[in-house]
Design a protein around this ligand. Sequence first.
Ligand SMILES: [Zn+2]
Length: 482
Amino acid sequence: MTSVTRDDIATALRRMGLGEGDIVLLHSSVASLGRVDGGAEAVVEAFLDVLGPEGTLVVPTFGALGTITEVVRQRPDAVRSVHPKASVAAVGAAAEALCRDHWKADLAHGPDTPYQRLADMGGYVCLLGVDQDRNTTLHTVEEILRLPYLTTTAETTFETPEGTVTRSWPFFPGPHRDFIGLERRLEQAGKVRLSRLGRAAIRLMKALDLIEFCTAIGRADPAFVLCDNPACTDCVRQRAALRRDRLAQEPFRVAAAASLAGRYVEEIAEACQNTGIDRVELDALRGLPLARLKTSAIVAAVAALRDQGVGVCALRLSAAGEAFTAALTAAAEAGVGRLVMPLTDRAGAYAAAAAERGVRIAFANRALMRDVVSDIMLGLRSRGIEAGLAFSPADFAAAGENPFLASYRHRLRRFIDQVDLEDGRFDGTPATLMQGNAEIKELVSILRCCSFDGLMVLGPRNRCGGGLLDAAKALDRLLESL
Ligand SMILES: [Zn+2]
């Protein structure tokens, strides 16, 4: 096979539109060119031939360094930007201006860093024999968008021309990214000039174009550089961070039934971390309903979940009766201020007993029609008994009522402090959210409109559509459809 020369490289770069005075941030793999006369030095010289004395060649100098990077970095006229996480080396007229005070910028790859400065000065990003995976300027986009899954680095101590500095960087890019997935969109939008040299593909992009185009994509879809491989723990967790951030902007708080998340504490906690839903309503453990668990087991589970970052917003009984006293004791001892149980005509006695222990009760409507529910709740109120309504649209549908058009509108709104986010058909069959007769979309929409600040609980009937993550995705679709 014939080898590539310095002149071949210069000719190819000029043909792609590079010329005197241009600024280029180069990501490269010299090995992918095949044989090069003069090796990495010849590649660097070819770039400098094209850019001329007025131009500037920039290479990233963090992470695994290629031979081209080494050649640039070791040149006597190279300028290094001072940064322990994101430094570059530059050769040429704009080197000083690009590299100055890099460590002082708020973000590692954002404004006042070589990456954004290069873009503002009309510079290019060149990928020589490497793909978008290596395109550091895409981190600029993530940081500008301050995407919620980005993290703050540990504090680092390093030397600067102004003395020793210790600091950390917020919104710093983390583990796995799917930058490769952006290539097709960039090409389709005409943002990439493509060429080949030897065996290597060369991609050339205007850095500012790249930043602006990808920022627009990221604004519409904050998960734009995350992969959707369910086995990629990094991206599962990063997507969870996006959902956590989105849900925090709702007036209501979202929780999951523990039994939808898993059977064991560890399993429940992991499902919560993978979905970004950090609170559960504890209704069952190890496949057993709360009524069959010892008080001490419930208290221990609440503590263990808290240790793993999962709050327990309520205990839930599936039936009233004997188990009530034990559940109330567990709620009081575990510091869970809330107990959910079915509404019965003995509601007043339960609510009064709970109030004595500092626990608030919410009653679930189960098989009752709206008039019965409204009568009992009004009765409690007239006797000065505090209690909430855990409004279950799927149960109203199963009882033969239109949950929104009839039940909700029938003066029940004022009692509701929880909505069980479960859909179901009139015949009682569970359904995925928005696939049944429970008028879930109408309910969530109206509650959002009146800044409902209670709980929305993804209940166990969502298991018909999969696990907690599937239910959370259905909730995403619901919220996006409003
Ligand atoms: Zn991934």
